[in-house]
Design a protein around this ligand. Structure first.
Ligand SMILES: O=C(O)C(=O)C[C@]1(C(=O)O)C=C[C@@H](O)C=C1
Length: 378
């Protein structure tokens, strides 16, 4: 949240007086002047960002110029400086767009996501990389992993968990065999809407939606549309696409899908939980240095012996390293053996996490660092 405080150096002396009715043309003249300054400063910033690019030397592609740890530091400073009236979310969004445009001066990043256009994954891509990145809609989460691994996309954005519905297991399972690294996380507040061609609730006899979307809105649909058929599809956007071509069909999807597929809102937001949030991971081919507030995702293969899991967790707990997630999945090709996905605070190159990982490694359990990355900012 934006912090309220008394004015500080740099606060414009021309802030509008609220008591008297201001003169519209005078106020607009002020805004014109400020816009001119902002534009000049953005151009100056873009020139400096170009210099940074040169300072990095001759690199092969856009992906080589991208620095998520630096972007996180810039955005944290934006939040720290914010005295309102705009919220932290809004300011972070604006500054992300500026950095996205600055980076795209070299060449836009190519980001794979679960398509088609209009999915929440696409929203997560633009939330994290800004609109100067080039989104690449793909057919499945597996394809996102494949295209990043093959170098056809610079990064991928894949859903990993929802605050109400839990883990997206297909994503975790792909990490069991993939060489890719986790380079970031994105949290997206998910608002679901009932959408249709006509916008009339009385026309609806069938509802298309991704199984997660149908589950997130189960309470609402049972109350308001009891007995209506629910048809699971591969993505919310696919549901919107199908609803576009039938009078008696509706889709449950986000606002972006409504715009992309030309549907009207019947109702919404209709998610049962008001804090409905999906967490996405950014996957890439390289590791990045610490940003100052990082999280690390570990994949631990534990051999079948007494106290094996304790042996992994104890060195973390002893050093006061907080763990905010642990999840087990059956190991591929090893019946009744489990792999543990563990998220902990800190960066794997820094103490105390580095020391804990060294100690765990000495027990003979296989510990893979899937990635250390900046904690999501707003
Ligand atoms: O600082 C850098 O390394 C830059 O390339 C500049 C900049 C920015 O616009 O601030 C742009 C892209 C990077 O991902 C990080 C930051």
């Amino acid at each position: 949240m934006a912090k309220k405080s008394s004015s500080k150096p740099g606060t414009p002396k021309t802030s509008p007086v609220v008591e008297a009715k201001p003169d519209l043309s005078q106020v607009r003249a002020q805004i014109d002047g400020i816009d001119q300054q902002i534009q000049a400063l953005i151009a100056e910033r873009a020139n400096w960002a170009h210099q940074v690019g040169k300072a990095k030397g001759k690199l092969a592609a856009a992906v080589d110029y991208y620095r998520p740890e630096r972007e996180a530091q810039v955005l944290r400073r934006v939040v720290d400086r914010n005295d309102g009236p705009l919220s932290d979310d809004v300011l972070v969004r604006l500054f992300r767009e500026v950095m996205s445009a600055c980076l795209a001066q070299q060449e836009p990043l190519k980001i794979g996501y679960l398509g088609p256009e209009g999915t929440f994954s696409q929203q997560a891509v633009y939330k994290h990389f800004g609109h100067s990145a080039h989104g690449l809609p793909l057919g499945s989460i597996e394809e996102v992993f494949q295209e990043v691994a093959a170098g056809n996309a610079d990064f991928g954005v894949v859903p990993v968990e929802n605050s109400g519905q839990g883990t997206i297991q297909v994503t975790l399972d792909l990490f069991l065999t993939s060489p890719l690294r986790i380079c970031g996380e994105v949290e997206l507040r998910v608002h679901q809407y009932l959408l249709s061609r006509s916008g009339r609730m009385e026309d609806v006899e069938r509802i298309f939606g991704h199984p997660q979307a149908l589950a997130q809105t189960g309470g609402w649909t049972r109350t308001h549309l009891p007995g209506v058929e629910k048809i699971p599809v591969s993505s919310n956007a696919e549901g919107a696409r199908r609803a576009r071509s039938a009078d008696d069909a509706a889709a449950i999807a986000g606002e972006t899908a409504a715009i992309v597929y030309g549907l009207k809102k019947i109702a919404g937001p209709i998610e049962d939980r008001s804090d409905n949030t999906t967490r996405f991971l950014v996957i890439g081919r390289q590791a990045f240095p610490p940003s100052g507030n990082d999280r690390t995702s570990l994949l631990v293969f534990i051999r079948d012996r007494p106290g094996a899991l304790y042996g992994v967790l104890e060195p973390l707990a002893r050093r006061g390293i907080s763990m905010n997630r642990i999840e087990s999945r059956p190991e591929h090709g090893h019946k009744w053996q489990y792999a543990f996905f563990i998220d902990v605070a800190g960066h794997c190159d820094e103490s105390p996490l580095k020391d804990a990982l060294d100690e765990i490694g000495q027990h003979g359990d296989e510990v893979r660092v899937l990635g250390s990355y900046p904690v999501a900012i707003t």
